[in-house]
Design a protein around this ligand. Sequence first.
Ligand code: AMP
Length: 534
Amino acid sequence: MNGHKVEIVNLQDKNNGLYTCQAITTQGNVLTANFTLNVTSCPPNHHGSRCEKICNCLHGSDCDRWDGCVCLEGWRGYRCEDPCKPGTYGLKCESSCVCKNGAYCSPSDGTCNCTAGWKGTTCSEPCEKGKFGHNCQSDCTCKNNATCHHVDGTCTCIPPWSGTKCDIIKESDLQVAILISVSIAMGFLAFVGILACKKKCKLFDMHKPLPEEEYAVCELRRMEEDLADKLRPGWLERWQIDSSQLTLGDMIGMGAFGLVTQASLALPTGQRTVAAKMIRFNDKLCYQDFYRETAILTVIHEEKGYNPRKSNIIQLFGFNITSNPKCLILEYASEGNLLNFLRQKKNKLHYLLYFAIDITQALGHLKDLRISHRDVAARNVLITEQNIAKLGDFGLARDVYNTAQYIPVNHQGQERRLPLKWMAIESLLHLQFSCESDLWSFGVLLWEIVTGGTDPMYGNTPQPTCQQLVEILQQGIRLDMPAECPPDLYVIMTSCWSEDPTARPNPEEIRENLIREQEKLNPHQVFIERETVV
Ligand code: AMP
């Protein structure tokens, strides 16, 4: 049988259809073959001039017969696997974001999710007077005509007022006020008849203007009692640094209670650049934070076999508490805090995961010491010159076995300190803090890393109250998977957010999973252990 060729010139849609081919064999048998000609579409998931390529499109995109994957707004790449680069959005990521002041720009439609203290479509307007925080939803609580910062609501007092809310008058300015307050406090103590409480400072009203030194001594005594099984006697002398050894320099940061400056420390080996952390206001909350951090860092650094080169906890050089300003002297982390670092969007995710891996080391270390940090968040992670992440700000940290003593006090100052959106469900419900609740916060820290330092948000409630947040979490709602997040990394995050604290992985397991994830993201580079060069 000779083959015949049928040629259709100038192939068009109208030529589509069923074609039947018949041939008669020499024996007279008729052979029939059918085939469908389709010049306009390929089989599902195929494209190319001969439909020879496979699409496997991601993120809801369609497979076009000629063009392959046609990405939805916010996505790019051959299979639409990549979100738009930071600063771009929309179809083919061709539009430029206009969000200001560190706002998150939605890759799909370019809408701006402002950081705390800013509003407007481009987040360029500060909150109106009297408001602060995320979406400008918080009311300022500054008293006595103080000005309120639009980002974090901190108050700048007008003399003679001082304190976090500018509702305290300094002792030197108004002796009479102190006498009245002290007599009220004494009367109160006598009334409840618990003289022992005076020793532990528990019933002192946070807003009564007790003299600065009295606060300090009181807080110090409390820390020693709480950490009695861990702090070896003589710790204050062992770590005391004389003020003549220290030269303070420029301010480099300000937290809720601490004020941090660069400083130069004279050591037998020469001058060393350090960070000096001082209290921000002469009030009880600041002293609480200051001495808690001093005592906890001492416990960590006096642990047998402790090696600061291998540790991912900010190094303590010592402290000066015998003269003013009292300060903690810490290793200087030249790259500042992780939150600011993330918002600069300089590094790829696989690199940023190094920081998360570093912090799992720190959490493992704290777990061994039975200490919970209580405020694990990007803002409290510091980045050193060698780009090593170290956990800092131990102002909320406590011995997990002594937490029952800390009955929640319903003073506004104390409430304001609780980092709600980073807190585990049991911490929100019962103020239970543990190494497992730190793990929950670590999950939120991972989420911050993946989103480039976006403020965590549950659904459409940017700044939920404690009760709203508990309800959200009890419904099983968790932070969404960020657009740019590899699904397996999101699985790691959500494992930190198990309602049952014992079901959460331990820091070592998380570390191994993150190293695996990092290797998947960058298969050409193996994980390298790093240590601080002293
Ligand atoms: P903190 O009160 O510990 O949260 O510190 C407030 C800010 O000061 C941080 O967010 C950092 O930007 C900066 N800071 C704190 N400690 C250090 C340090 N050891 N080295 C460099 N910057 C620091």
